[in-house]
Every structure is written in C-alpha cells, then in structure tokens.
Write a protein that binds this ligand. Structure first.
Ligand SMILES: [Zn+2]
Length: 554
C-alpha cells in the first residue's frame, strides 16, 4: 500500500493529476443500475480480514509459512465461490520467481588522468545491481551527463539527440525537465521517477546510471536513498536481469558538483541547459569504476488468480482484471510490543474485498460478456513485483485486457460522500467511476497530494506502464455525519501510528459501510467495462497512451 514515506513509497515520489473529470460514461445498452447489482457482503470481508491479519498468518511475507497459508486461503475461497482456475495450466497459481540481492559496500571512483575522486559508500553514493550474479562492475567507464535522461515523444523531448551512450556511465537529474507547457507541471510524470531513469539507461545500453540527488526535486532527503543499502528484491527475468545496466545508483549533489569541477564543467550551468530542448549529452572526460559483490537469495513466490468466464463466445477471450496484493512485511522489528506486521488495512481487507467482489460477480443473473480475472498478487511491498511479473508475463494477452482495477486498502471508517481517484484524468475509467459513484449520490475527487506520485505506487501502475488503462481508487475524505476534518484525522492517525507497522490491525471502530459502497463502484466499473461496446482509452497526452495505441495497432 502506498502511503507516505517508507522506502519504496518515498523513493517513488512523482505524480500525475490533470484534473479533468468525467464526460459521458461509455454507454452500453446492457448497463445495469448500480442499485441492481448483487450485494457485497462486508461481514464476510471482515471475516477474511480477520483470518489474513491473524498472528497465525505471520504478516504474510513472501517466501514464508505466512505465504503458504495466505495463498492457500485465497485460492480456496476463489474455488469455493465457483470461479475457474485463472491460470491456463489449470491452477489458481502463477509462480513468481523473486531474488533478494544485498550488495556489499564498495567505493565509486572517478578518474581524469592522474586525478582521482573517491565517493564513499552510503555517505556519498548508494548503488546496487539488479543482475542476478555474484558481482557487477564498471571499469573506467566514460561519464556522460545526459540532463534529465528523458525520451518523451509526446512532449517532443529527447535528451540523447542520437548520441550513442552504449557502455557509458550516465549522470542524470531526477524529476521531469522543468519546462513550460510540457510534462505534468508541478505533478511529476513517469519520466521524472528514479525507476524510469534506470530503465531508459538500460534501453540505451549504458553500463551504469547515476542519479544526482537533489532533495527538493526528489522530494525526499538522501537518508531515504541510504535506506536502500539493505536487501533489494527483484524479479528473476529469463536473462537474469542482465539487460539492466550493471550499476544503478544515486550520488549526492555535493559530490556531483565536485565531479563537474574535475571535468572542468559547472554543474549549475549544465543543469540550466538541461532544461531546454536543445540540450545535448555532455561527455565529462572522466571515467568511473566500481565493483559490487552480491549476496543472493531466491524466493519462489506466487500470485493467486481466478477467472469468471465471460458469457459472450466472441468476447470471452477479453478480460477485465481486478488486483489486490496479498503480501505484507511478515515478522520484523518489534514496535510497541508486537513484531507481526498484520497488514489488516494493507491489504488483508483489500483481499477480503476482492474475494467478496468475485462472489458478487457470480451472483449476477448472467456473467458479463467478457471474462473477469481476480488476481491477488505477491510482493507489492517489495516494489510491486507480483503485478510486474503478471504485466510482463501475462496469462492472457494485454492487448485483450481492457482495464485493471486495483484495490489496495479499503475505507474502514464508514460512509463517505466522495471517492478519491488517484491520477484522475488519466483514462476513460474515470467516467465509469464518476457515473457509478454518481448513482450513489457521491462524487469523485482527485488525489489531494499529486506531488507524491501515488499513481506510480501500487499494482495498477504495472498495467498502466504496459499500456493497459488502470484505475487506482482510494477512499473518500468527506465522511457522512462526521466533522469536516474527520477524514484527514483518521488518515493521519493511520499513517502516523499504523501504516507499515505491526499496529495495522482491525480495531473496534472499524466500519465497512463505506467500503461496501466503494466496492459496489468497483463492481459497476468492471462490469460495465466488461459489457461495453468499446475499450476504455487513455486520455490524450497521457504518457501510457502511445504504448496502448501500438498494442491495439491504432
Ligand atoms: Zn503497504
């Protein structure tokens, strides 16, 4: 679950929030009013939550007994409901191979002739490799400053200008280029995120990518980056992640300025140039060397997947995918006398919601025309890995996947007059959501903190990144019959005392009446998309639209 500063969350600061709401919902003659949809049983949601967040389930960490119990529980529920195995091999399981990589401390050395500059591990540089190998290194690799390192055709932006940077070590700025009339303004696009920087480096076949850490642009201090010197999890791809750059890292602003001096350049001047479309890569005439030694640990984790087959023979090979991550942090450091990270709200309750949503789907007079996939994914808390695995190794083609609707946490404090849509303005799914909420007399609202980039911080993002329109609904903040600041109060209390702590447990004040209404909205959206005459689309200018258009050959 995404919420404020924790390792992955904080490192992920970015955003999208162009606030355009709802034109007409994609109408369909088969549209069923929300009030006529089968009920969702929130007593059962609470029962599932109790089981999944119990001591016995040990905090549901991937690769533990907690995983075995959780995966068995969710799969058994899907089966009992009467859903078909979601995997084509006849099981309710998709295996997800994970690796934990811990790099041993190592210095980073810059050289220009006889002159050397050494960056100290953790103090000045934080680096790792995603290569599933005992070591990874760069040796006298030429440093090139590539500005923001961005290639964004929809903004007519290319920081590389055809310069071949294969084998080089790229020095990049964090965030989007600060330019009027392009990218997301105050809200960061995906091009501004740290994960993008490493990905574009790999695409350009660079040897390494070093991101310059600037507190304001990154939206978090270097101490947050330093917390990444612990074990890093990743998927094990068929190439053992050898397609990634050898070394991914961050360097401090001070040491960057020293590096530019060594190169005979001025950092601030080049940074200004990087904010223009004319910018070209600048070779620094300095080389970089670093060797990382890894400790590796492999984990065989699992996504749980079930299917409700569509009723239209011509359309049943097309899918709407609901996701809810089952994992949490397991057993960890003790806080206030508890060391089991129960993750009741994050995301036992979302799994309970997914199961009961699935049951409600089976109670429709007839299944929707298209098929519905219920996917409970692993390792969200380790970097959205289970959903990433599905998105790059999908069981059913993404070109035939109409939409993803993600459940990460549910409102446990009663009814609201509103429903938050993170990244509002991204796709046609907003219109569906606004229409369904509207039938309940409710409104949808954008995320209150667009600069924090929540849209990139839960499982739906992996679908978006592959081009599939993805909806990330979040609880409302305007509670029925409560003071105006109640929503903020309960949210802050959770963030402060419970989020990603053992204290994320069911408390006596839990009230799922609001969650019931939210789940009905998610139900209506998925159902109507599954019945619709057309696929939902990304809005013009969205950074994921081009990928979808290519996929659908438009
Ligand atoms: Zn979480």
């Amino acid at each position: 679950m995404k919420r404020l500063c924790v390792l992955m969350a904080c490192l992920a600061a970015a955003c999208s929030s162009k606030t355009t709401v709802a034109d007409a919902p994609a109408a369909s003659s088969q549209q069923m009013p929300i009030g006529q949809l089968p009920r969702i049983d929130t007593d059962k949601v609470l029962e599932h939550t109790k089981v999944l967040s119990s001591d016995e389930y040990q905090g549901r960490a991937p690769g533990t007994k907690g995983e075995d119990l959780t995966v068995a529980y969710v799969a058994d529920q899907f089966k009992a409901i009467g859903l078909k195995p979601g995997n084509t091999d006849g099981t309710y399981i998709q295996n997800v191979p994970l690796v934990g990589i811990t790099a041993s401390p190592a210095p980073l050395t810059f050289s220009k002739g006889p002159q050397k500059q050494t960056l100290k591990w953790k103090d000045d540089v934080v680096a790792w490799t995603k290569h599933v190998a005992e070591s990874a290194s760069i040796t006298n690799s030429e440093l090139v400053f590539v500005g923001y390192g961005v290639v964004a055709p929809e903004y007519n932006w290319d920081d590389y200008k055809g310069v071949d940077v294969a084998g080089k070590t790229l020095v990049m700025l964090i965030n989007d280029p600060p330019v009027e009339g392009a990218f997301g303004g105050k809200a960061m696009t995906y091009y501004g995120r740290w994960t993008y920087k490493y990905e574009i480096g790999a695409e350009k076949k660079a040897a390494a990518v070093l991101i310059v850490h600037e507190t304001e642009a990154a939206a978090y201090p270097f101490s947050v980056v330093q917390s990444k010197v612990t074990e890093q999890f990743d998927l094990v791809t068929p190439d053992k992640n050898m397609g990634r750059v050898n070394v991914e890292g961050w360097i401090t602003l001070d040491k960057t300025k020293d590096l530019f001096k060594l190169a005979g350049q001025d950092f601030d001047t080049l940074k200004q140039q990087a904010a223009t479309r004319d910018f070209k890569p600048v070779p620094l005439g300095v080389t970089a060397s670093m060797t990382l030694h890894n400790t590796l640990r492999t984990i065989d984790s699992r996504n749980v997947v079930a299917k409700l087959e569509g009723s239209d023979p011509a359309l049943k090979d097309e899918y709407v995918v609901y996701t809810a991550h089952w994992d949490h942090f397991g057993i960890g450091p003790e806080v206030n006398g508890d060391k089991i990270y129960h993750g009741a709200k994050d995301n036992a309750v979302g799994c309970g919601g997914l199961i009961e949503l699935a049951r409600a789907f089976t109670q429709l007079p007839a299944p929707p025309k298209r098929s519905i996939l219920f996917l409970s994914v692993t390792a969200e808390e380790q970097g959205l890995l289970g959903s990433q695995y599905y998105s790059v190794t999908p069981i059913y083609p993404l070109a035939k996947t109409l939409a993803n609707i993600n459940i990460d946490g549910l409102n446990v404090h009663g009814r609201t007059k509103d429903l938050t849509v993170i990244g509002l303005g991204a796709s046609d799914l907003d219109s569906y959501t606004a229409a369904a909420a509207g039938e309940q007399g409710r409104v949808i609202r954008p995320d209150a903190e667009p600069e924090k980039g929540f849209y990139y911080r839960s499982d739906h993002f992996n679908f978006a990144k592959q081009g599939v329109p993805a909806l990330d609904p979040d609880e409302g903040i305007d509670f029925v019959g409560k003071p105006a600041d109640y929503g903020k109060k309960v949210r802050d209390e959770y963030t402060e005392n419970r989020y990603h702590k053992p204290q994320d447990v069911i408390t006596s004040d839990w009230d799922l009446t609001g969650a019931r209404e939210d789940l009905r909205v998610f139900f209506a959206v998925g159902y109507r998309v599954a019945q619709a005459d057309t696929f939902p689309q990304w809005k013009a200018g969205n950074e994921f639209k081009a990928k979808r258009d290519v996929m659908l050959k438009k």
